[in-house]
Each structure stands twice: as C-alpha cells, then as structure tokens.
Design a protein around this ligand. Structure first.
Ligand SMILES: C[S@@+](CC[C@H](N)C(=O)[O-])C[C@H]1O[C@@H](n2cnc3c(N)ncnc32)[C@H](O)[C@@H]1O
Length: 206
C-alpha cells in the first residue's frame, strides 16, 4: 500500500462508498461512539474520516475534527456536515494521518474507523495518533483483523495481492499490530457481520 494507490482506490470508491460500505460497517461505527463515552467539551480527532458517515453519531456537546487523505471522500464529508448542520464538527481537513499538522497533546480522544489496515505504515499512524492525543487520553480503533478460522485465514491470504486495488489489507494481523504499536488495549468488542471486525479502546501509552 502506498499513498498514491490509496488515493486512487478512494477516488474510485467515493461515489459509491456510502451505499457499499455504509450499512455493513455501521454497527462498528455506533459501537465505537458508545465506547468513546463522550464527555461534554471533549476534543476528538477522527483520522480517515472518509465521507463522514460517523460524524452525525457524535453527541452535540463535543468538538470533532476529521481528516482524510482523499479529497473526493472529503467532498462528501463536507456536504454531509453542511446538509445535516453538524455544528459539533469543527473542521474536516485534507491531511496525511501519518504526518499530522497538529501539535502534541491536542486531543482528548483519537479515533480511527476502518483505517489501520488501509494506511501505508500502521505503526507510524499509531505513533502520530498517540503524539496528538493527550497523555491521559485514549485511542479508539475499529477494524477487520485476520481471522483465526483456518479456512477464512487462507481466503484472506489469497486476497492479499489485491490489497492495492481493494484499498485495504485483508490479512491484517491483530497480535502483530498490537506488538508492533505497543498499544495497551483496555476493552475489545466484536462488531459487524459475524463479529468479524473489532473495536479496540486503548490507553494512550505515549
Ligand atoms: C475504509 S475507509 C473508512 C472511512 C470511514 N472511517 C468509515 O467509517 O467509513 C478508509 C479511509 O482512510 C483514508 N486514509 C487512508 N490512508 C490515509 C492517510 N494516510 N491519512 C488520512 N486518511 C487516510 C482513506 O482515504 C479512506 O477515506
């Protein structure tokens, strides 16, 4: 995966994204907002916000900033913010989540929904999420991780060469991800179809 391949994939997806990936991923989006346990005034960053499907799910009394690398996905997010008058959305910005322009310790909570297996370097992404998150803040991740079922695992490995075209890695391994990022998981939930995706709530270890 590289930035150009990602931009190309999501340029193609932007028009159909909400229809194809809206409903199937929605239980996970709702679950992560529940796990966020938002407090009034919370300053929240969502990386890889895409078309902004999650934005209406946040309560009105928090401040949300969304970033994404795909201009086409963000156009849809801007339209949603305007049409639905989402006043809790502070900004929706084009920015690489692996090289963010925010200062250290800027946000109370940092969220990545279906993004960690998309970016070129998931370890660098988590490093950046951790840097911009306050030391006592939390990091939230929703993603599909490689199945432990041998049949599904083989199917995921077979699909792996199509990662660039698909715009995500189908064989992304949870244990390896946690080991390499040193994320400290406080809570884990299975979500979406057959519980095939996970929501992780993590302490910002810095
Ligand atoms: C599978 S979509 C998820 C979109 C949204 N979070 C959702 O719940 O539907 C992955 C998103 O991550 C974005 N993305 C990939 N790499 C990125 C990066 N390095 N920085 C910011 N966004 C990135 C893509 O452009 C795409 O919009």
């Amino acid at each position: 995966m590289n930035i150009d391949a990602i931009k190309t994939a999501y340029r193609r997806y932007a028009r159909i994204y909400d229809v194809v990936f809206g409903p199937i991923f929605h239980p996970g989006r709702k679950a992560i907002i529940e796990v966020l346990d938002c407090r009034p005034g919370d300053n929240i960053l969502e990386v890889g916000v895409g078309t902004g499907l999650s934005l209406p799910l946040y309560p009105d009394d928090v401040k949300v900033t969304g970033i994404d690398i795909s201009a086409e996905m963000l156009t849809k997010a801007h339209q949603r913010v305007e049409l639905e008058e989402l006043t809790h959305v502070e900004a929706v910005l084009e920015m690489d989540a692996e090289k963010m322009q925010f200062g250290d310790n800027s946000f109370d909570k940092v969220v990545a929904m279906y993004v960690v297996s998309v970016v070129p370097d998931p370890v660098q992404l988590v490093k950046e999420m951790s840097r911009v998150c306050k030391p006592d803040g939390e990091i939230f991740i929703a993603n599909h991780f490689r199945s432990s079922n041998p049949l599904l695992k083989s199917a995921e490995s077979l699909l792996s060469p199509l990662s660039k075209l698909a715009g995500f890695r189908p064989d992304f391994d949870l244990e390896d991800f946690l080991q390499r990022t040193r994320l400290e998981v406080i809570e884990m939930r299975s979500v979406n179809l057959f519980g095939y995706w996970k929501v992780l709530r993590c302490r910002n270890a810095g």
